[in-house]
Design a protein. Structure first.
Length: 160
């Protein structure tokens, strides 16, 4: 049995913005909690401001500027006439191959952050119970709709 190598495409650059905004919002919550802790420690123990919030802000900057782009670079996908490949991960690398004949339901979605960045998420629901949802984030809305329409056409052509 020959293994066919498929060249993966990168996600849209707009998805990097989405990941950075989402990460920034998460870190903003931690920074607010750190600021409250700073205020309390300054009031009760007389510690200088920034003892807690400073390191949290430094970690947030590191995460948003360094780690998020690394996460974005590790995503890839390929769409062939028979299957969709989705790869992601750094420590645990996952490469999911979805045969189009197994697809039962397709969603294209965009949240407000994704919409402003010009990207969408394609979700494929497949036959089976375990791992029956495959999500491909960070592709253009047009590309997501093209893949959806191609899969839908392939499903309607399949003999039952």
């Amino acid at each position: 049995m020959a293994v066919e190598l498929v060249k993966l495409q990168s996600l849209e650059r707009g998805y990097l913005t989405v990941l950075r905004v989402r990460s920034g919002l998460g870190w903003l919550i931690f920074a607010a909690m750190a600021a409250v802790a700073d205020g309390y420690l300054q009031w009760r123990l007389g510690l200088p401001p920034g003892v807690v919030a400073g390191p949290v802000i430094a970690l947030a900057f590191l995460a948003i500027v360094v780690l998020v782009p690394g996460r974005w670079r590790r995503w890839g996908y390929a769409f062939t006439d028979r299957e969709l490949h989705v790869a992601s991960g750094w420590l645990t690398r996952a490469h999911t191959i979805v045969p189009l004949s197994r697809v039962q339901h397709i969603d294209v979605s965009q949240g407000p952050i994704e919409r402003s960045a010009g990207v969408a998420t394609l979700s494929l629901h497949t036959a089976g119970t375990e791992n029956s949802l495959v999500v491909l984030p960070g592709i253009s809305r047009q590309r997501a709709e093209e893949i959806r329409d191609a899969i839908r056409g392939r499903i309607s052509d399949a003999p039952w």
